[in-house]
Design a protein around this ligand. Sequence first.
Ligand SMILES: [Zn+2]
Ligand SMILES: [Zn+2]
Length: 339
Amino acid sequence: MQQEKGVFVLSLDTELAWGSFDLELYEKLKNDFENTRYCIARLIELLCKYKIKATFALVGHLMLDRCSEKNGIRHKEIIRPKFSWYNKDWFSEDPSSSIQEAPHWYGTDILMQIREAQPKHEIACHSFCHIIYGDPGCSEECAESDIAAAVETAKIHGINLTTFIFPRNSEGHKALLKKYGFIAYRGNGNEWYSTFKNNKLKKICHFVDEMLSISPKTSKLQADEYGLYNTTGNMLYLSRQGIRKIIPISSRIRKAKKGIRRAIERGEVFHMWFHPFNLASDPEGLLKGLEKIFAYVRMKIDSGQLINYTINELCEKQSGAVAVNVGILNENRGVTSQA
Ligand SMILES: [Zn+2]
Ligand SMILES: [Zn+2]
């Protein structure tokens, strides 16, 4: 079989305050949210400079510029989850105001900035309000109300969502993704420590792994039993929050370069991801690190060894290969299961 080129995929979980309010982290991260718009603007500049396309997965609520209570209830259409760690109403922190008054909860300006950027990035879905899909507290009805709201809100902007990124990478309710027209999602990482049961041990291994810049795995696009494509996230570009500060930026760069080289050697995909708001933990350092990675990606693309796709493009270009591997997909869109 002919050797395929390596592929570089970058996905960005764009959520502002929605990703951490339920962990009571809002106050702690407020400053980071304040600086997130600056970081996103700089990130978009870098992507433009090195002509790299990314998949920006937005929390659907960020596609609003305002919202308000109806009969004293916020987002009545969303069936509430029942999570063990959060017994308040899921929208209790929602300011129910506007982007001018509460910019950490709305993001139409960010959406516009991404859509106007060059090269053309993919807009994907990171749920409507960051509900944790794989948790037992998220019922089928809850997930469906969330997906429906995300799809509808995107439609108002003329966006047809086809890629889903699960909040906290917690996979669940995949049949609903298919029902609402999604084609792909980012699957859980395949790090060597990912199957360890003990969370503390996992954290320690992750830390050591980052310190030593152990090569990330790479992967091939997979099709799952729902007829959806799964592109595994291979490397989280780590923030510099807390103890992560100890890990030098150079370790992150070295690690990413190893992933890129491995993708080239194997003709596989290297899928890097992070949350743009995490750049605010050390904007200059982390952006400088990203620039080194992007420059390396560009150099490998220009020398004909690597190609860069959004997740949607990856599915379009490689669906043929997946169909041969797995044998359950149709020619182009891959949304027909033959079960
Ligand atoms: Zn709201
Ligand atoms: Zn998230």
